[in-house]
Write a protein that binds this ligand. Structure first.
Ligand SMILES: [Zn+2]
Length: 253
């Protein structure tokens, strides 16, 4: 069953409430395609490979976490950006991008879905003084050898994570934020976490982890952010009677 693009847009916005966030990119409909949508494709990043795959499966709209028009990028349509957007416009496919609202949503968000996969119960925000910031603190059901938790991550994310710390330690209180949130490691220390889990690492993250005595895990920016768009796409497709397909474009970072 096809629905109006405007109804799909309103449904995403109703669930994610993007106006609550200060973000680095526009949240919502970024490229407008045909006025009716029946087939929705989701993916982590609106790269050329995802756009091409969506065209191949006859998508009417694409939902991503990393869309276009980031605050610090050149505001011109040239080169790579021209090719991606030209492909969307030629195929009359809409692009929806949701960044922080899709990290933070308590049910469909990247952080919520990652925690559910890894058996972490969410207890409080990582930044209690900033309601617009993302990240959470919670617990594993019991004190767990860090090697066992790393095995769970490898199995669930299909990727061996980077670990900095003590392989003999047990962990229970976990702070996490998906994606490129290595800069939040100090907030995780302040929150009294045994372990901080995010997607990426920087050189300095390793020193903070060693000197503050917190276990640090970088499990992949892409790998930790695969699950929000899938959950949201499934929920919205079920509500509106759409077809939905997640397409994973592999990314080792
Ligand atoms: Zn990200």
């Amino acid at each position: 069953m096809a629905v109006a693009l405007s109804e799909l847009n309103a449904t995403f916005d109703r669930i994610l409430e993007p106006s609550r966030f200060r973000d680095y990119a526009p949240n919502g409909l970024q490229v407008e395609g045909r006025p009716e949508v029946q087939r929705l494709v989701s993916g982590v990043t609106a790269c050329q490979a995802l756009v091409d795959a969506a065209i191949d499966v006859g998508a009417d709209a694409i939902l991503v976490h990393h869309g276009y028009f980031w605050r610090n990028e050149a505001p011109v349509l040239t080169g790579m950006k021209r090719r991606r957007i030209a492909a969307l416009l030629d195929a009359d496919i809409s692009l929806f991008g949701y960044h922080l609202p899709l990290d933070a949503h308590p049910e469909y968000g990247n952080n919520a879905r990652l925690a559910a996969r890894l058996g972490i119960s969410s207890e409080e925000p990582l930044h209690p003084d900033d309601p617009a910031a993302v990240g959470n603190v919670g617990s594993l059901a019991a004190p767990t050898p860090v090697t066992e938790f790393l095995d769970t991550i490898s199995r669930e994310l299909d990727r061996v994570p980077l670990h900095v710390g003590d392989v003999n330690r047990r962990v229970q209180r976990i702070a996490w934020c998906t994606g490129g949130a290595q800069g939040y490691i100090e907030a995780a220390v302040a929150a009294g976490a045994d372990l901080y889990l995010t997607g990426e690492a920087s050189e300095q993250t390793v020193h903070v982890a060693r000197e503050e005595g917190i276990e640090f895990v970088a499990a992949g920016h892409h790998a930790t952010e695969r699950y929000g768009v899938q959950a949201l796409g499934d929920a919205v497709a079920a509500e509106l009677g759409l077809e939905h397909q997640f397409i994973d474009i592999d990314n080792p970072v």
